[in-house]
Write a protein that binds this ligand. Structure first.
Ligand code: BGP
Length: 475
């Protein structure tokens, strides 16, 4: 049985705002992530207007990668990674987002980081926008509700494509662009810099912003290919297959609708056109600014691969009076799956769902795929000697890699690589805290911001190193 590609990309994934710290160093501007305070157990993160004294903003320091990257990259090399997924903080390059000239110190930081990675044969995999757009664009233009954002994003993308030509070959345009389809306040703010006003229809705002984003993404793909035809530019979506709760056909229809609603962004980015149900829906309900020229841009800027995160699957049940429309996230109540165990944060653990996801994408899009996030958020407790034993994390990753291999070896899906999320402990996007850890490398820092920031290897570090060494043969 043929195994994984010989050039399989084994890596780890992070995002600038959750890792770097140095939030005002080198001329960096404020991003949406910088104005979000930490949450607490069961308490959502607060979106503040600028920085408010007395509030806790863990990502301002994060794990101080900005100053420690050389030592960290050495550790990544020791782990055996051949790729490293991170994002470029847009605000290091264009601190406000709407300047005409980039900030040289920001560009230099990433030049140095990419050189350091290449020194060890580690290929950077770069997300252009990962929940960290300039806050100035939110204040001045209302975030992605403004068409002007397309130009700002394209200028930023063009600048980094040109500067890092030859140093970066793998790109993704927007992180988890589709997680705003549920109209969740946090997702709308982090993805699109949007705070929906009470007089607005959240769905209309999301579809308008989402349209500008897919146009910007398509333009970036075109420009990225023009600048360097060897660039591989992907979309990045959050994937969680939706299962029907029962054998009732209404539940099957509901689950299908959920999948259609969650993956319209990917449909547009991969196929270059809106799915028919969405064209109908938008015409019937909204008055959107979508021009014929835009539709042409979408056709010309289709992505090279599907990047996706996978953490959990979902289950839905149709309501008694199920609405006939496709876009009713507010009516969609997830149902617990009694066949699955859950993480400490209640995320259902479903390794087989990853195989389902890979097959679903393969059939729908027929493009190479890249699993750019997967992992278990857990509480780690170091032993007396300061060592973390994390068999639960090894078990989680092993079961997911097994399913990934079945999808490749038995089902024949085309998979480029696998980069587990937060392989070095970092600030959680959802909680804004440190204690929800995904890492194979422990970072000594707690929710209160205390700790030496020292790095140490967990048991999973040694386990994953061998997985990489054997190209997934030994799990
Ligand atoms: C994805 C994001 C990441 C990341 C991860 C884990 O949604 O792309 O930025 O943080 O989920 O989520 P959390 O940190 O909330 O556990």
């Amino acid at each position: 049985m043929a195994g994984l590609r010989k050039d399989f990309l084994w890596g780890g994934a992070v995002a600038a705002n959750q890792l770097e710290g140095g939030f005002q160093d080198g001329g960096k501007g404020l991003s949406v992530a910088d104005v979000m305070a930490a949450g607490a157990n069961g308490v959502e993160r607060e979106i503040t207007d600028g920085i408010v004294a007395g509030k806790n903003y863990p990502n301002h320091e994060a794990i101080d990668f900005y100053h420690r990257y050389k030592d960290d990259v050495k550790l990544f090399a020791d782990l055996g990674l051949n790729c490293f997924r991170t994002s470029i903080a847009w605000t290091r390059i264009f601190p406000n987002g709407d300047e005409t000239e980039p900030n040289e110190a920001g560009l230099q930081f990433y030049d140095d980081l990419f050189d350091e990675l290449h020194k060890y044969g580690i290929e950077p995999v770069i997300t252009l926008s990962h929940f960290e757009m300039p806050y100035h664009l939110v204040k001045t233009y209302g975030g992605w509700r403004s068409r002007k954002l397309i130009d700002f994003y394209v200028r930023y993308a063009t600048t980094v494509f040109k500067r890092f030509k030859g140093k970066v070959h793998y790109w993704m345009t927007f992180n988890e662009i589709n997680n705003q389809t549920g109209l969740n306040k946090f997702a709308l703010f982090t993805n699109s810099g949007i705070l929906v006003r009470p007089d607005e229809d959240a769905a209309e705002v999301m579809y308008q912003a989402g349209h500008y984003e897919v146009v910007a993404s398509a333009l970036a793909v075109q420009i990225g290919h023009e600048i360097d035809p060897t660039n591989q530019i992907g979309c990045m979506v959050a994937m969680g297959p939706t299962y029907p709760a029962t054998t009732d056909p209404k539940d099957a229809l509901k689950a299908m609708r959920e999948m259609q609603r969650n993956y319209w962004f990917a449909d547009v980015q991969v196929k270059g056109k809106y799915p028919s149900w969405l064209v109908q829906y938008q015409k019937a309900h909204f008055n959107l600014d979508i021009t014929l020229e835009d539709l042409d841009v979408l056709k010309q800027g289709t992505v090279d691969y599907i990047g996706f995160s996978y953490y959990a699957s979902h289950v839905v049940k149709a309501s008694e009076n199920e609405p006939v429309s496709y876009v009713d996230p507010l009516h969609t109540k997830g149902v617990a799956n009694d066949k699955l165990e859950r993480s400490d944060w209640g995320w259902e653990i479903d390794p087989i769902g990853l195989r389902v996801a890979l097959n679903w994408f393969a059939e729908r899009y027929d493009k190479p795929m890249f699993i750019v996030e997967n992992g278990l958020g857990a509480i780690d407790t170091p032993d007396a000697a300061g060592h973390v034993h994390d068999p639960y994390r090894i078990d989680y990753l092993k079961k997911h890699i097994e399913q990934m291999k079945l999808a490749v070896e038995v089902d024949g899906v085309d998979l480029m690589g696998y980069t587990p999320w937060g392989f070095i402990d970092l600030v959680s996007a959802g909680t804004g805290q440190m204690d929800k850890r995904y890492g194979m490398i422990y970072v000594d820092k707690n929710d209160a911001g205390e700790g030496s920031l020292e790095r140490s290897k967990k048991d999973s570090f040694y386990w994953y190193r061998n997985v990489i060494k054997t190209n997934g043969e030994e799990l």
